[in-house]
Unconditional design. Sequence first.
Lengths: 348, 467
Amino acid sequence: MTEPIKEQIIFDDERVPLSSSTEDESLTPETLFDEKVNFVPMQEQKSQEEQDQEKALESHLAKILAPPRKRPFFKRLLKGGLYMTGVLCVWQVAETIYNAWLAQDLLTIGWSVAVLLLASAGVSAFIRELFILKRLRRREKQKHQAQKFSGSHGVMPARVFCQNLAKELQMNKENPYYDRFLNTLTDNHTETEVIELFDAIVLSKVDKQALYLIKKQTKQSAVMVAVSPLAIADIFLVAWCNLALIQDISKIYGVELGYWSRLSLFKMVLFNMAFAGISEFAIDTGIDALSLDLTAKLSSRVAQGVGVGLISARLGLKTMEMLRPLSYAKDCAPKLADIRKSLLSDFT
Amino acid sequence: MKIVQNLTSGMEDLINRGLDRHIRLAVTGLSRAGKTAFITSLVNQLLHTSTHDNLPLLHATREGRLLGVKRIPQTNFCVPRFAYDEAMRDLSGQPPQWPSATKDVSEIRLALRFKPQKGVMKYVQNTSTLYLDILDYPGEWLLDLPLLDMDYVTWSQKQAQVTSQRQRYAGTWLTMMEDFDPLAKVNEDQLEAISRAYTQYLFDCKEKGGFHWVQPGRFVLPGDLAGAPILHFFPLINLDKYDATALNRAHKQSMFAMLQRRYNAYCKQVVGAFYRDHFSSFDRQIILVDCLSPLNKSAEAFNDMRQALAELMQSFHYGSGSLLKRLFSPKIDKLLFAATKADHVTLDQHEHLNSLLQQMIKEAWQTAAFEGIDMDCTSIASIQATQSGIIQHKGKKYSALKGYKLNNDPITLYPGEVPKHLPEASFWEQQGFSFIEFSPRGYVLDEPLPHIRLDKCLEFLIGDKLA
């Protein structure tokens, strides 16, 4: 034993009231969180040597796997050029306005101001996009953080983590589920238990909302495909439905999708659309070839609708998984089979 | 319509009877491990589930599927009822007290009504009932179970080994053993006197030495057997002084033959009956371990408890069986080790308590792990007696506990650190531990008892049956 074991202390001389360990701390939650979250209990058990070895291996692997980096010199040139262009732009604008002011050229001043306004709108949109992207990336990080808590026995960080999550999900203390979570929580719950409780009491309700939405949207797109007479109309309707679905789910999970994140999800939507188109084509030709009667045609359209609906559902579930701040608890991930069941029962 | 209704209700009855959703939970622990407190709190928590949100980590209550719990009369009429009301009276008294130590076997049966979530039952019936049988008994008696596998000579040899480490308490008994001749004719008075000295030695081991492994258990807690001749025997500790063949050929009326007969009768009639009636058919088991009290005593006390737990494990059947096996020869398929009195240390020490528990039960764990059953380790407080928090002391922040000592004086303290591993023996000479006992305050009338992680225990032990 390296450190001596601490002895008993009796505090009877001063009758200072106990402060609850959750309410205590003048520390701001954010800093506390960062300080404590760094420890990973598993690593403690490894010897220093092993850790070093692992680190060396990892960095080696990272080097191999990393995308080819741009030459630093080239990068520096590019950066310098960009900065300089920016400064020059500002200078140019300032000088133009100044000169126009001197020459009393109101038209030039007007134009400059107009361009300036447009430019600042562009810049602010750009900054906003960056901000949103950062938030989405943080969501990904949160999942890892929550996993780090598993098995650890500390007391504070998980609470702060959950508080922040609740804030992001736009929940305040009036929200019945969040309130129930806060009420069930005692000082004695460990990190893992706090995360588990938050997952089960608060997040599961959010999941339910999202699932309800997915089911509704799935049904809609299935009906649309089943009913619409034109293949091309299918494609657009389903695409529109799916985009709306992604938007709604992200809103439920308190994340606004940015341009890039939407792009990556959009890829899946495109795939979905392509599927709708191809299946349409395949069924049409198939029916033509076999010259089936109307009822058969109708039922095949229903089947097609169900198929497309299921792909929508899969997209919705994927979106949920991406946007959910915690990974699903064991055996708790919503399954496509459940949605299929409800979809089929609606159609038949 | 009415016919259909009748039919479904009839079906439900039939299925309930046929399926017999039923769990026997073994609450195992040495004496003073907190079995009675655990059972009291468990019953109390479950009874409150319909009105309070007191078990959030039990999935069925969290999801609102556990509709209610009721105490129902047990099926075994020969066993006394578990004194739940008396225990609650003790806890709510002025001043509150821990439920008194168990003196005899008792049983309680609970019916848990819940909405099934999975499986065929979901479609057949709206609600389902799980019957939970819990048995309480003195921890001392548990230590007798290993006797079933030993004959008198083996037991004596084993006791000789154990006694060699506890010489300082055995003085009187050992001197009496000096002039005891096993081959002489039976002398009832001498047998009684020596067994009395032996009993005193066992008491001293328990109280002064903090040792738990004292056999036979009925000597220290005889129940209705007090004074009966079946308890008048003792291990023949100086066995090596006698020739084995001479002992084997000893006359029927000799002391040795009498000791042997009494030992065998004890094993068969007392221990065997206890085992057969109560211990042969468990489905789930929780082993409660009080890691703190042996720490207060010595390293030997700790190792002694560890030994006792390892021995105990041999008496239970483990293994996951098929449905048929479950019906005819039930085995324990889930096992939970729990360090009790987690409220006696500060929150940051719970992890240490856990790893200390792991050290304590290492051998027991290995025994059960071989059978491939589901096992876990946790730290709990059945009835939370302290309030934890943070205190300013000389400009520094300490995590602290606030509670009442057993004599009801209020106290606020940092109880000291729990070692992650058992320290070396020299540590007790320099520093030692002094984890104090607290009296059970904090119970508010008509509210569930405060607890730490009892819900997690329940989830592990019966959670799958409530799904």
